[in-house]
Write a protein that binds this ligand. Structure first.
Ligand code: ADP
Length: 435
């Protein structure tokens, strides 16, 4: 309320509205005369002769400054200043004192008066000087106050934002903990489930295999076919369960490699031979190109075979015409041999290229995520958990290698695995030794 009443100040002194608070009419006249004779432009002068009148006047009308007698009939000037400040009326106050009352004047200034004038020394020049100073100080104080308010509100805003951020951070942290717990439970559940399912499934596979071996003469072709289906479907199901089990172990970082000396040429040749019938069922040509002077590696043959099998079976699965080529060679083909650091020089590259449906460029990063299958309709033509590439990626990572994919949508894909020739498990141990 009261702040709205003080007039806006500009850098140059405006035409002034002045309030004079003094019970002595002669003293008021002296101030008015000095004001009018001064160089300052005066718009309006209002006179009151007691403190309460001054307060009422300042509450209803805006003034640039007020002259206040240090002794008023109803209160002294000090009391009046306190009243005004208490009500938030902040205009410059100039105290009028008697001769030799400088000490009192200092008290007034401490209470918030801008300046003081000794009545007996009143002159137009002194008065103008006093008003100018008071207005400038007032302007500076207003600017500081505005800056402080701005700073305070910025601080409050920052504090609120900080609190909100902190709450957000805590919520995310909590969600992370819950997610990790849920993920661990999921992995444990998957591991237990696939483990438990494997036992009866192995019995089904074993007994159907036994039945097929000791086939009865009396069996009709249909009966034989039914038992064969039990056997092959059981094997498919077992492969899927093993995939889930492997994935949950890799996800829980519980899968260890068992590196040992091995022959990659033999491993690749047997794996490709085993998968040939799958390719032939689709009339695809499956070839192996070996360009490796020294085929001896230290790696986990079971896991390396799993990498190869997954990549080749995917290549066959997503190719309808043409073929699949497996090529193995030393080192990286992309970097010149000389510029490679020594520990990277001894690398082996396994590439599986197909002439299949290819992969959309925007999907290249996501295909290595678990349960990610791109073309559901196409994929549904084939069985699959969407875990194959996630497992390959994790296994290659465990081997200290990397996997990349190149594709021309609709024009086939190449999966390139780069692994060190010598791999150790997480303890740095090369496990079993085979001849
Ligand atoms: P799955 O084969 O069980 O679906 P994968 O993790 O092995 O799961 O593969 C994930 C997805 O990546 C596949 O569903 C398929 O969309 C895509 N993909 C993988 N290999 C190929 C390939 N050789 N050609 C085209 N798409 C592929």
């Amino acid at each position: 309320m009261s702040e709205g009443i003080s007039l806006p100040l500009v850098n140059s002194i405006p035409a002034l509205r002045v309030l004079i608070v003094d019970d002595d009419a002669v003293d008021r006249m002296a101030v008015i005369r000095a004001l009018k004779k001064s160089v300052l432009a005066v718009d309006a002068i209002t006179e009151v002769d007691h403190g309460r009148g001054a307060i009422a006047q300042l509450q209803i009308e805006p003034f640039h400054c007020a002259f206040v007698d240090y002794q008023l009939p109803d209160m002294d000037g000090l009391e009046l200043i306190h009243h005004l400040r208490h009500q938030g009326i902040n205009i410059p106050l100039i105290v009028l004192t008697g001769q030799g009352d400088e000490e009192t004047a200092v008290e007034f200034m401490k209470a918030g008066a801008s300046d003081y004038l000794v009545k007996s020394r009143l002159s137009p020049e002194l008065l103008a000087q006093c008003i100018r100073n008071a207005l400038r100080i007032y302007q500076a104080e207003q600017a500081v106050q505005a800056a402080q308010q701005q700073l305070q509100s910025t601080n409050t805003l920052l504090r609120q934002k900080n609190q909100a951020l902190e709450q957000h951070r805590r919520r995310i942290q909590q969600q992370n903990v819950e997610l990790m717990r849920a993920s661990r439970l999921k992995s444990e559940f998957l591991a237990t489930l696939s483990h438990e399912l494997r036992t009866p499934l192995n019995a089904i596979i074993g007994f159907s295999q036994l039945l097929l071996r000791r086939r009865q003469q009396a069996w009709t072709e249909k009966q034989t076919d039914m038992v064969s289906r039990i056997y092959s479907n059981g094997k498919n199901l077992l492969a899927l369960l093993n995939e889930i089990l492997d994935f949950s172990k890799l996800d829980a970082e519980r899968l260890e490699l068992s590196p040992q000396p091995m022959d990659l040429a033999t491993l690749a040749a047997t794996t490709v031979a085993e998968m040939r019938s799958l390719a032939e069922q689709k009339s695809l040509v499956l070839t192996l190109t070996l360009n490796l002077e020294n085929p001896h590696l230290t790696n986990d043959p079971i896991r390396l075979r799993q990498v190869l099998t997954n990549l080749i079976s995917n290549a066959i699965k997503f190719t309808d015409t043409g073929g699949v080529r497996v090529s193995i060679h030393a080192g990286a083909t992309t970097a010149p041999e000389t510029s490679m650091p020594p520990d990277q020089r001894d690398l082996v590259e396994i590439a599986v290229t197909d002439t299949g449906i290819g992969i959309a460029p925007e999907a290249l990063d996501s295909i290595f995520e678990a349960f990610r299958q791109l073309d559901q309709t196409h994929t549904r033509r084939h069985t699959g958990t969407g875990l194959g590439l996630a497992i390959v990626d994790s296994l290659v990572g465990l081997m200290g290698g990397s996997i990349t994919v190149e594709t021309h949508n609709g024009d086939g894909s190449t999966f390139r695995v780069l692994i060190p020739r010598h791999v150790s498990n997480s303890d740095g141990i090369e496990t079993a030794l085979s001849p």
